[in-house]
Design a protein around this ligand. Structure first.
Ligand SMILES: [Zn+2]
Length: 322
């Protein structure tokens, strides 16, 4: 029997109450939790889930200052040109480095918008070989047949409703529905114009929603559409900040992501640090240590699934195709 003990600060229960003690693990399963005083400087908590990444973007670290469209708009934004020009093996290596960084920061799952069609998904699969981390693979057609793409991934990760004709988006949404795959879309990042068309596609997850109105957020809560927020990315691209407090008050399932690896590290603790400042900035104070710590953490402890929330500790079975 394999057995080992983790000791330090513990976050326990559904509310992640801070305690101290040790966790006894036998054969890969938690056997016992002992609460007792501990001076060990370790934090023991359920593993984190990074709800929105673009891990291939690590090939373009620290891009030049440019507008959002110049940087990421398909098909010829800077990141897409660089991805086309970069050798396949180099992209695989950078994706693997991002996954290793996530593992080192306590992440065992992430949801990745993977461009470049069927081969983009194959690159991601190759990069994760032998690593104890699971990707929710959200592909993007790149001249491929959408059904063939959905055969090799968990759903689609659409750049935004301004980037494609409405008929194309409707076709993709229908394909996701019939394959019981997820539909995830960037929306409300730079302005509010792409939110309504995104909502009409009945997505599972919307990413950013910086410019969402109260009624749009209410609709997300009502229709069980999760929102993945990425405040560091939003700060770096200067688009504003999502009103996470209002999202939570309205009952939206909010998860946190680190977005493009070219802009920000994929370490969720870096994002939580930034989130602590944005959280307080939004309520008009400058103290980095007031409320919201639990909510910041919760953002990484919940994932999402088709139309509903999913505790992160179930991410090894993620996503359920029911
Ligand atoms: Zn993104």
């Amino acid at each position: 029997m394999q057995s080992f003990v983790l000791e330090g600060k513990l976050l326990l229960g559904r509310e992640f109450e801070l305690s101290e003690g040790s966790v006894v693990i036998k054969n890969g399963v938690i056997d016992e939790i002992v609460q007792a005083q501990s001076e060990r400087p370790a934090l023991i908590l359920p593993s984190l889930f990074n709800a929105h990444t673009h891990v291939a973007d690590g090939v373009l670290k620290d891009p030049p200052h440019s507008t959002l469209d110049e940087l990421v708009k398909p098909p010829d934004g800077l990141k897409h040109r660089i991805l086309r020009e970069t050798p396949r093996e180099q992209k695989v290596e950078h994706m693997r480095l991002a996954a290793i960084q996530m593992l080192a920061s306590g992440c065992t799952g992430f949801a990745d918008f993977r461009e470049e069609g069927v081969d983009g998904i194959a690159q991601l699969d190759q990069s994760l070989r032998g690593l104890a981390i699971k990707a929710v693979k959200l592909g993007r057609p790149d001249g491929d047949d959408v059904d063939e793409l959905l055969d090799v991934c968990d759903g689609l990760g659409v750049s935004g409703c301004r980037d494609y004709r409405a008929e194309v988006l409707s076709e993709w949404a229908a394909a996701c529905k019939s394959a019981r795959a997820m539909l995830c879309i960037h929306a409300g990042e730079e302005n509010d114009r792409d939110i309504k068309p995104a909502l009409e596609l009945e997505p599972d997850v919307l990413v950013h929603m910086v410019h969402a109105s109260t009624s749009e957020l209410k609709r997300c809560a009502h229709e069980r559409i999760s929102i993945a927020v990425c405040p560091r990315s939003n700060m770096l691209t200067g688009v504003g900040l999502p009103n996470i407090r209002k999202m939570l008050e309205l009952g939206v399932n909010v998860a946190c992501g680190t977005d493009n690896v070219m802009l920000a590290s994929c370490n969720p603790f870096d994002e939580m640090h930034a989130l602590s400042w944005s959280w307080d900035w939004m309520k008009g104070t400058c103290s980095p240590c007031s409320h919201g710590g639990r909510e910041r953490l919760m953002g990484y402890l919940v994932g999402w699934s088709r139309k509903g929330s999913l505790p992160i500790w179930r991410c090894s079975t993620f996503p359920p195709r029911t």
